[in-house]
Design a protein around this ligand. Structure first.
Ligand SMILES: Nc1nc2c(ncn2[C@@H]2O[C@H](COP(=O)(O)OP(=O)(O)OP(=O)(O)O)[C@@H](O)[C@H]2O)c(=O)[nH]1
Ligand SMILES: [Mg+2]
Length: 343
């Protein structure tokens, strides 16, 4: 799961990226795209690891991508940014909500609108070009997917209305359109970058319809991320920062994408896996290994809570809470899976 960080110049993208990842800029840095992987905190994984003492414990991971500035030439700024985030699963829009010496007052809602307009325009151009192309092909007698033109026209109508494609999930998710990776169709988190004293969402932003929003104090979190843990803990108390921004952002992105975790356990490895809510057992098996999908027979499922209630796996089996499920079973958050397969 990869989130691309976007936002207007000076909104604090670099600051936020570094605060979330603890990945600080090296000297001699040239402005390339930066990627950092972060562990998804999950106390259940720690409990399972205590129980199984595996050789290896693997948490789920999320990745953050910060587009670089290398390819930026006059007027090409957004172009390179959009190319960099094209294959991301979600976008995090960092919105400036802090003031400072020499800065104009923040205009968070205006910035939200402007960036959305850029996403919309970029998609509009892609859709128009493709539609023109299809029409030309048709004249030449070449047949493509019969549904694609109508889908593109629906996109264009939406975009012309200044509405991002993420408002129309069925359209954004159409298999015929997936290859375009429309930017305005990606799930988006508004991340308001507040000044040190302010931990609230901007008042106007509470009314932003249909958007998931979060506020963090980028500069403050950035400073704390560079301190020794004891020192940082003291500041966290002082600033009323009990929850780490990096954890809050991860759980919001999980919510945004409808993600859940399931576990595999054993003496070799205890591991958390990330899937979309509603994923069938056979597709969950595939995330572990393609062979598990090919040879899928059944999945043995034990809910984490049932394991805790029973105390051990064997005890859960005796209690009858270990179930056998077929390929269509919808995996739930916290399920422990043993896939039975045969290849
Ligand atoms: N007061 C305050 N200043 C901040 C905050 N976040 C960032 N800044 C400052 O704002 C300036 C711009 O921050 P950056 O993180 O470089 O912003 P950016 O979006 O990466 O900027 P570009 O890469 O130029 O587009 C820096 O001087 C930061 O120290 C914040 O939360 N509060
Ligand atoms: Mg930057």
């Amino acid at each position: 799961m990869k989130s691309g960080i976007i936002g207007v110049s000076g909104s604090g993208k670099t600051t936020v990226f570094e605060a979330l990842t603890g990945n600080f800029q090296q000297s001699g840095y040239r402005g390339d795209t930066r990627i950092a992987a972060m562990r998804v905190p999950d106390p259940r994984v720690e409990v399972l690891a205590k129980m199984y003492s595996p050789q290896k414990t693997s948490f789920a991971q999320v990745e953050y991508l910060l587009p670089g500035k290398v390819a930026e030439k006059d007027g090409a700024k957004s172009g390179s940014t959009w190319t960099a985030v094209r294959d991301c699963d979600a976008l995090i829009h960092v919105v400036r909500n802090f003031s400072g010496y020499g800065l104009v007052e923040p205009t968070p809602l205006e910035d939200v609108k402007n960036v959305d307009t850029e996403l919309i325009l970029t998609d509009f151009i892609v859709a128009e070009k493709r539609l023109e192309r299809l029409k030309m092909d048709q004249k030449r007698g070449r047949k493509g997917d019969p549904e694609e033109p109508a889908l593109l026209e629906a996109c264009i109508a939406t975009l012309e209305n200044n509405s991002p494609l993420r408002r129309h999930p069925e359209l954004a998710a159409a298999p015929q359109l997936r290859g375009f990776a429309f930017l305005s169709g990606k799930p988006l988190l508004l991340l308001f970058n507040n000044s040190d004293e302010d931990n609230l969402l901007p008042v106007e932003a509470q009314g932003v319809p249909n958007e998931l929003s979060l506020a963090m104090r980028g500069k403050l979190e950035h400073e704390l991320a560079q301190m020794a843990p004891e020192e940082a803990a003291e500041f966290r108390r002082e600033f009323d920062l009990a929850a780490f921004a990096k954890d809050r952002v991860i759980s919001k992105t999980y919510e945004l994408l409808g993600l859940i975790s399931f576990f595999t356990v054993g003496e070799d490895e205890v591991k958390a896996w990330t899937i979309r809510n509603g994923t069938a057992a056979i597709d969950a098996a595939e995330t572990i290994h393609t062979d598990l999908k090919k040879g899928f027979i059944r999945a043995e499922v034990l809910a984490y809570e049932d394991l805790m209630a029973a105390g051990t796996y064997a005890a859960a089996r005796k209690l009858g809470t270990v179930r056998l499920e077929g390929k269509d079973y919808k995996v739930k958050d916290g399920d422990i899976l043993h896939v039975r397969f045969n290849v």
